[in-house]
Write a protein that binds this ligand. Structure first.
Ligand code: ADP
Ligand code: F6P
Length: 456
């Protein structure tokens, strides 16, 4: 059998970092999805090492090339902290924080995108496949096309693409759209995002065509939804080892016999709705229908993008709420909210997922949300209930979850109660369907489907 064609991945971050003299894979969906694909096909990964001081040399990892891109400290500020995370991130997430449009941030975005494009052009084989990822690198497709017209270029956006009325706010809307239109295939998490993009492209550029195929500069561009997923088998197996099961039952014992666990796991990001779900938990306890002797809320939140002001504000808000709820409702040996602000290993997360009775995933807007799928994968015992926001991309697929509107605090509190009280048979029925969906559409299927579209 012929070996599949090598690929070049271009993403903001590299898939590995150094700990002493060892290389450790970075956590996250993108890495688990694409490292096995690169191992099988060979190729290269172009990205930022996270270290602005050292340029870093290319090296080989598991049979493919790691090509670092250097970004200076000043560029990290303009390109990553500002334009990517104070303009694009909030704008693309329904403007739930007001996006800022500062003209001095645009230049570093262009310069850094150009550097990624150049690095990709240097390593891509003749007629090769290049797959560019996410909102940080939306100019790379057209820049790369100018440098290397022979390669096939794919782009995948991990976050939502906003409705046209919001996208219209962006002073650089034409440049971003024309940047993306340099690709042959532009992929999104949902149909709605694909449609939003096609409409914006027709409105603000010379592109013509339908929601699924555009024509621009006498080239055809395929537009579609390719919902990302997880390594189902890894999570299913990790949660079923004797150690994971021991950890899960130890956690349950420590929490207290007879208490059910509501669990949330997120990056500490204002899009995730952590504060609103804490308010819902507080409302539930206030109603006195459910008491702290019956249940506990565990919130795991990993620190994220801390130099960005809005993230610091959200941290303060969450920590005040945790303090307030615990001050009012905790009892000796019965803490109402356990809050961990730190990263966990994937193995630890698997034990927490397995220990939970109710998984609470309630972002205000989310491209997909992999945590919801990871939880489902770990529940090979067919127990546990998923409460899921209708504004997560995952809600398009995981319809057997209890779907909530995260801005409806009272509605969310009722969903928590319904989840805690759900009869075993009903929970089993729902979980069985959820598991079938995630098992069938795992991350390997996602990568293969996108790459087939690109190669074809
Ligand atoms: P996002 O990409 O916005 O962070 P996702 O839910 O799609 O959101 O993906 C988050 C990934 O990060 C998941 O794979 C999840 O397991 C991981 N993750 C989230 N919180 C933590 C944490 N506290 N420790 C370790 N990994 C985490
Ligand atoms: O989901 C969007 C995303 O940018 C992912 O690609 C990334 O893994 C995650 O958010 C964390 O973001 P950052 O790289 O800024 O820490």
């Amino acid at each position: 059998m012929r070996r599949p064609r090598p690929i070049v991945i271009v993403a903001n971050r590299l898939p590995v970092h150094r700990v002493g003299d060892k290389l450790v894979e970075n956590p996250g969906g993108l890495v688990t999805a694409l490292v096995p694909t690169l191992k099988a096909r060979g190729g290269a990964w172009v990205g930022w090492s996270g270290n602005s001081r050292a340029a870093g040399r290319a090296f080989s990892f598991e049979g493919f090339r790691i090509q670092p891109v250097h970004i200076s400290e000043a560029e990290v500020e303009g390109f990553y902290n500002q334009l990517s995370n104070r303009t694009l991130w909030p704008l693309y997430h329904d403007a739930i924080r007001t996006p800022e449009f500062d003209h001095s941030w645009w230049r570093p975005y262009v310069v850094v995108n150009h550097r990624y494009a150049k690095a990709a052009a240097a390593v891509a084989p003749r007629n090769g496949l290049v797959w560019v990822h996410d909102y940080h690198l939306q100019l790379v497709p057209s820049m790369l096309r100018m440098m290397r017209p022979d390669v096939a270029i794919g782009f995948f956006l991990h976050v939502p693409f906003p409705p046209e009325e919001l996208f219209a706010w962006l002073p650089w809307r034409e440049q971003i759209l024309e940047g993306l239109l340099g690709a042959d295939v532009v992929g999104f998490q949902t149909q709605a995002s694909a449609r939003n993009f096609s409409r914006a492209a027709r409105e603000f550029t010379r592109a013509e065509g339908t929601d699924s195929e555009l024509e621009f500069d006498r080239r055809k561009i395929r537009v579609g939804s390719y919902p990302i997923s997880i390594d189902f088998d890894w999570f299913a197996n990790a949660a079923a080892t004797p150690e994971a099961l021991r950890e899960a039952s130890l956690l349950r014992r420590r929490i207290g016999a007879g208490r059910k666990i509501l669990l949330s796991v997120d990056r500490l990001d204002y899009t995730k709705g952590i504060d609103l779900r804490l308010l819902a938990f507080e409302a539930m306890l206030k109603s006195k229908r459910t008491k702290v002797t019956d249940c506990v809320f565990i919130q795991i939140a990993s620190p994220s993008r801390e130099p960005v002001h809005e993230y610091g504000q959200m941290r303060v808000r969450i920590e005040q709420l945790v303090g307030r709820i615990n001050g009012e409702f905790s009892e000796p040996g019965r803490v109402a909210v356990h809050y961990f602000r730190r990263g966990f290993t994937r193995e630890q997360l698997a034990s927490y997922y397995r220990a939970a009775d109710v998984m609470v995933v309630t972002p205000l807007r989310d491209g997909m949300n992999l945590v919801a799928k990871e939880f489902v994968a770990t529940r090979s015992d067919y127990t546990g209930v998923l409460v899921l926001s209708e504004f997560a991309g995952a809600a398009r697929e995981l319809r057997q979850a209890l779907i909530v509107n995260p801005r409806n605090i009272e509605g969310m509190a009722q969903a928590f109660e319904a989840a805690l009280a759900m009869p075993k048979r009903e929970a089993r029925r729902r979980m069985s369907i959820l598991r079938t969906i995630v098992r069938r559409h795992d991350v390997f299927e996602w990568a293969d489907t996108f790459l087939e579209a690109l190669a074809g």
